[in-house]
Design a protein around this ligand. Structure first.
Ligand SMILES: NC(=O)c1ccc[n+]([C@@H]2O[C@H](COP(=O)([O-])OP(=O)(O)OC[C@H]3O[C@@H](n4cnc5c(N)ncnc54)[C@H](OP(=O)(O)O)[C@@H]3O)[C@@H](O)[C@H]2O)c1
Length: 256
């Protein structure tokens, strides 16, 4: 497809994305079609991780910019453009200082959400820049947020310092945010996965072997292979990278 044709068809996808009576353009349907509705209810929650061939999402020092190349990053920005909110853990907000907006394609900026139970993130973090998008911090109750004016605050009960992923999603739903991208890092995506709070997972594998570094998933240890989760999965080549679109609907709990 020529670049202008691709831009037109992307614009058409953006325009019709929420109109369930209109089918998405066929070139986008396989990847973006499943993101239009949730597996169990009115929410759709997508996890994403960009990783190396050997399953690493950052170096041992936490450097991850950028594991994915242009195709993988453009895909990530397209996904940001169709979701209502993009969520990261405070570990990512501190390590990467990301903007979490849409720059590599045309499309609206999603709301930006940081899970920061102890209010560790500095108020001058780029994620809080006022560009018109909603900005939301999620803290544990009793914790005073450390954010600039205009950032909305969600306070949730914590158990042993942990916020239940389902509580986070329900609170976002109450704010009108229904289609959610959990963009990282590994700890945050793993918590949502373990809690049965993901409809889908996009793992974008780059042609890199790191040989060391931080793993993509951190889940409770198992002893036997039959305890491992085998996932329904569709591969989609993105130039020299591979998107593994995993369907987690079988384990997704009801949220609303
Ligand atoms: N390759 C990729 O796709 C990708 C994407 C994003 C990030 N990264 C990399 O990943 C690294 C950061 O990931 P990470 O796993 O260390 O951290 P993270 O997932 O970004 O953040 C984890 C922290 O967020 C808070 N948190 C998240 N969910 C919570 C919950 N349900 N309840 C309570 N607290 C919660 C906790 O903060 P407290 O510690 O304050 O309790 C937790 O320690 C960086 O090196 C970054 O570059 C890679």
């Amino acid at each position: 497809m020529r670049a202008t044709e691709q831009q037109d068809s992307w614009a058409s996808l953006l325009e019709t994305f929420s109109k369930m009576s209109v089918a998405p353009p066929p070139e986008w349907a396989p990847i973006f079609g499943p993101l239009r509705t949730g597996a169990r209810d009115a929410m759709m929650v997508l996890g994403q991780l960009g990783q190396t061939l050997d399953g690493r999402i950052a170096t041992v020092t936490g450097h991850s910019k950028y594991i994915n190349g242009p195709a993988g990053l453009t895909h990530l920005h397209r996904v940001r453009a169709v979701v209502d909110a993009v969520v990261v853990g405070v570990g990512t907000a501190v390590a990467d200082n990301p903007r979490l907006n849409v720059r590599l394609v045309t499309g609206p900026h999603p709301a930006r959400v940081v899970i920061d139970p102890k209010a560790r993130l500095e108020p001058d973090a780029l994620v809080w820049l006022d560009d018109g998008a909603r900005r939301i911090v999620i803290v544990a109750d009793q914790v005073k947020p450390n954010t600039p004016n205009g950032v909305e605050v969600i306070s949730l009960p914590s158990r042993n310092g942990k916020l239940a992923p389902a509580d986070i999603l329900k609170a976002l739903f109450t704010l009108g945010l229904k289609r959610i991208l959990i963009e990282g890092g590994a700890d945050t995506v793993s918590r949502f996965m373990q809690a049965g709070c993901l409809d889908r997972l996009h793992v974008i594998v780059a042609p890199i072997i790191m040989g060391s570094g931080r793993p993509g998933f951190s889940l409770p240890a198992i002893e036997h292979m039959d305890q491992a989760v085998r996932i329904k999965m569709h591969p989609h080549p993105l130039e020299d990278e591979m998107l593994f679109d995993c369907d987690l609907s079988a384990q997704r709990i009801a949220l609303v």
